[in-house]
Structures are given as structure tokens and as C-alpha cells.
Design a protein. Structure first.
Length: 446
């Protein structure tokens, strides 16, 4: 009986171990909540001071504190680490708010993030500044980019569209008020189109005008036609459309000047023009020419894009430019336009020079990360902006048909924009679904 009990106990232990191992691979969120979070919290609480000391994140206390410690508490004066203000567990990791002592800055903690990651046994540690003197350590317990699951609260609102998941478990949002113009780069099969699909899906749910410029004969954006205010599929039509957008920009500036404001968002709601987002699917098709007779058209296109990139933000017209490469090799005006594109998203690229085109001028530290994105992880990218900060992101997988269905569902949100009416795509009426016949069948007679 004793041997049987021991065998049952051993079998139960093995089964429990196997279940935990299975959950770690197949259900990482459940494993983190049940096992990873308690273990990490205990290790963090036990080793926090010693870890900070070893990582060089402690400073000598102030003179007053040293005097009190030495003469009142009768203890040896030791360096002090950042003070813990708040510890909060999440479904993907751990958030720790720290108050930095005098002599430390966020960059010091960020430089030691890799050592902190190994010390506490978590997947990644990133540092975010909350306000002067306060930072947040964002620890991720597992690889959240392996299977992307967007947070439930990540829904489109105002001019903000959540399009991907950051490696710290938070949503990466495309905020047109903060980064009005953006550039997305990536090789074939890198997930660039997936990023654009998630962007279109979010924008379709907002009261904005969507303009599609897809000079690959519309193979990508034709499916979004039910929600597009305009769609062009050839360079000639693109030149005409961009000229109309420039004219609309000038009219809106006249309105701002007349009302004495400098930004479209300062206008009363009843006078505020509808925001317009122009989606350029492959920018190289607008820059490259096959014969000398196309130079004049290219000049008009490039000039219009540069003018929109420089000034259109103030009047609510935004650019989303996508391409495989985007540098001086495209010709005159390419680097000038790139300088106007604040937001940068770089997927897997075929050469380091392409990563440098997108990131070197805004976040040089992000170039090596973009150059090492593995091929088996499509949708993974490095996102940066002119603030110098950057993060690794991955877009959730979504099919073209799913985005097309969202565009059909929100077709009623297409705004009334008469200046875009000549470019409005033709959307055929849907055929009625097959249903039961209402015709009474004739009786069968012999």
C-alpha cells in the first residue's frame, strides 16, 4: 500500500510538472499568472537592493541622511538605490515605479536593463520616464510578440489607431496628432502590408477621409474601396490627386487665416474640416520614371508630396508612405520628403543601408535591432520617431478579406468631400444572398 501511494504521488507530481510545462509553451499568460508572477515578485523583493548595487544604480546618500544614519541610527552609511514607489503585476509582466535619487538619470537605468533582465529572470526590461525624477520599469515575463494579442482597451479613437503590440506588452498606437507624417519600410514578405492592413482597419472606424494611392494597379487597396474617398492606381492619376490635395490644403490655410487660428484643431467643431489620410502603398512607383517624357510628371508628384509633408499637418491632411527602400537613389526630392516624415516603422530589410535610411536620422541606436529581425517573424518591426525613442513591435495577423469586411461595415462613415469626388472608386452593388424561394412549386402529376 505504501509503494502504491508513493507511485501515485510520483505520478501526480510528474503530471503537474508536465501541465506546467505545457502551459508555459501553449498558454504563457496563464503560466505567468500562476507561476511566473509570484516567483518574479519574490525574487525582485529579495534581491532588489543588491541587484541595484551590483549594476551600479546606487548613489551616495545626501549629507543630512548620512549624518542621521551615522549619528542617530548608529549604522554604517551605504549607497542608496532608487526608491520603489509602486509594484504592479500585469497579464504580461511587471510594472515597477521608481523614484530616482539625485545623481541618477533614466539613461543610467536603461543602460543596465539587460543586466536587470538576467538578474530577475524576465524576458525583457524597458525603461519609461513618467515625469522628472520618476521612471517605470516595464518587465515582460515572456515573449509577447510570439503570438500577438492586442490589449482589449486598444480601440481606435480621436486620431489614434492601435496597429501593433510592443515588446513590453503595451499597444503601439499611430497618433496622427503627435506624428502626422510617417514612413514604413520593409522588404517583400516582411509584414509591411500587414501593418498597412491594421492601419486601414483602424482608420476605417474613424470619421476621416481615406485616400488610396496604389500604383501597383490597385492590387492591395482595391479591396478597401467601399471605405475610400479616393483611389488612384497609376502615376498620372496620382499626380492629379496630389495636386487636388495641395489645392485643398491651400483652401484650408485660407480658412485658418480668416479665423485667426494656426491649427485646424483650434476651430469650432462645426467649422473644422474633415481629416484626410493619404496612404501611399509603394512610393518608388511615384519617383521612378522609364523615359524622359515622364520627368515633368515626376516633378509635379514630388513637389506635391514635399509640400504636403511640410505644411499639411496644420490643416488635417496626413501622409502614410510605404516602400521597400527610400533614399537618395530614388532621385531628387526623396531625402527632402523623408525628412518631413516624423514617424518611422522599419520591418525586416535586405540590407543595412535601408535600415539606416529609415532610422539613422531619428534613432541611431535602433538600426542594429532593425537589421537583425528574423525572416520567420513577419510583422516584426522597429518603430521610432524624432524624439529618439524606439521600440520593437509586431502587428497581429489579419487577412485582406477581414479588412475589406470592416471597410464595408463602416462605409457609412465616408465623409462628404466634393474635391475628392472625381477620384471616388467604383463600388459595385452587392448581389442579394441566396435564400429560400418564395415561388410555390407546381404539383407533380403523372
Amino acid at each position: 500500500m505504501t509503494d502504491l501511494a508513493m507511485w501515485l504521488e510520483a505520478t501526480a507530481g510528474l503530471a503537474g510538472t508536465g501541465g506546467v510545462g505545457y502551459a508555459k509553451v501553449r498558454a504563457p499568460r496563464a503560466y505567468w499568472a500562476m507561476v511566473g508572477l509570484p516567483v518574479t515578485l519574490a525574487g525582485f523583493a529579495f534581491s532588489y537592493r543588491s541587484t541595484m548595487d551590483v549594476c551600479g544604480l546606487t548613489v551616495q546618500p545626501s549629507g543630512l541622511r548620512a549624518f542621521v544614519t551615522r549619528n542617530v541610527a548608529r549604522r554604517e552609511v551605504q549607497p542608496v538605490p532608487p526608491k520603489i514607489r509602486r509594484v504592479r503585476g500585469t497579464s504580461t509582466g511587471l510594472r515597477v515605479t521608481l523614484r530616482l535619487p539625485a545623481g541618477l538619470e533614466p539613461a543610467d537605468v536603461a543602460a543596465a536593463s539587460e543586466r536587470l533582465r538576467h538578474a530577475w529572470g524576465v524576458y525583457s526590461v524597458t525603461v519609461a520616464e513618467i515625469k522628472p525624477g520618476f521612471i517605470e520599469l516595464r518587465m515582460t515575463g515572456y515573449d509577447v510578440l510570439r503570438r500577438v494579442r492586442m490589449p482589449r482597451k486598444a480601440i481606435p479613437h480621436d486620431m489614434i489607431v492601435p496597429v501593433a503590440l510592443r515588446e513590453d506588452g503595451t499597444a503601439f498606437e499611430r497618433d496622427y496628432r503627435k506624428a502626422p507624417m510617417a514612413l514604413t519600410l520593409g522588404a517583400n514578405g516582411s509584414g509591411k502590408s500587414m501593418y498597412q492592413r491594421n492601419l486601414v482597419k483602424g482608420l476605417a472606424q474613424l470619421p476621416v477621409g481615406l485616400v488610396g494611392i496604389d500604383c501597383k494597379r490597385g492590387v492591395e487597396q482595391n479591396a478597401y474601396a467601399p471605405r475610400l474617398s479616393a483611389l488612384v492606381t497609376t502615376p498620372d492619376d496620382a499626380a492629379s490627386l496630389l495636386a487636388v490635395l495641395v489645392a485643398e490644403m491651400e483652401d484650408r490655410f485660407d480658412l485658418l487665416s480668416k479665423l485667426g487660428v494656426s491649427d485646424v484643431w483650434e476651430l469650432p467643431e462645426d467649422l473644422c474640416p474633415v481629416p484626410v489620410v493619404a496612404l501611399v502603398d509603394e512610393v518608388a512607383e511615384l519617383f521612378l520614371i522609364s523615359s524622359k517624357k515622364d520627368e515633368e510628371r515626376r516633378e509635379r508628384i514630388v513637389t506635391a508630396l514635399i509640400r504636403l509633408g511640410q505644411m499639411a499637418r496644420a490643416v488635417g491632411i496626413y501622409l502614410e508612405v510605404c516602400g521597400q527602400r527610400f533614399g537618395s537613389d530614388l532621385g531628387k526630392g526623396a531625402t527632402m520628403l523623408r525628412a518631413q516624415l516624423t514617424g518611422r516603422v522599419v520591418h525586416r530589410v535586405n540590407d543595412k543601408q535601408t535600415a539606416e535610411m529609415g532610422l539613422a536620422d531619428v534613432a541611431p541606436d535602433a538600426v542594429p535591432a532593425a537589421s537583425l529581425i528574423p525572416m520567420e517573424r513577419p510583422g516584426t518591426a522597429v518603430a521610432a520617431d524624432t524624439s529618439g525613442g524606439w521600440s520593437k513591435i509586431r502587428t497581429p495577423a489579419i487577412t485582406r478579406d477581414e479588412v475589406a469586411a470592416v471597410c464595408r461595415d463602416f462605409a457609412h462613415l465616408i465623409p462628404d468631400l466634393p474635391f475628392l469626388e472625381p477620384f471616388r472608386p467604383y463600388v459595385p452593388a452587392e448581389a442579394p444572398a441566396d435564400g429560400p424561394s418564395l415561388v410555390k412549386p407546381r404539383p407533380v402529376t403523372e
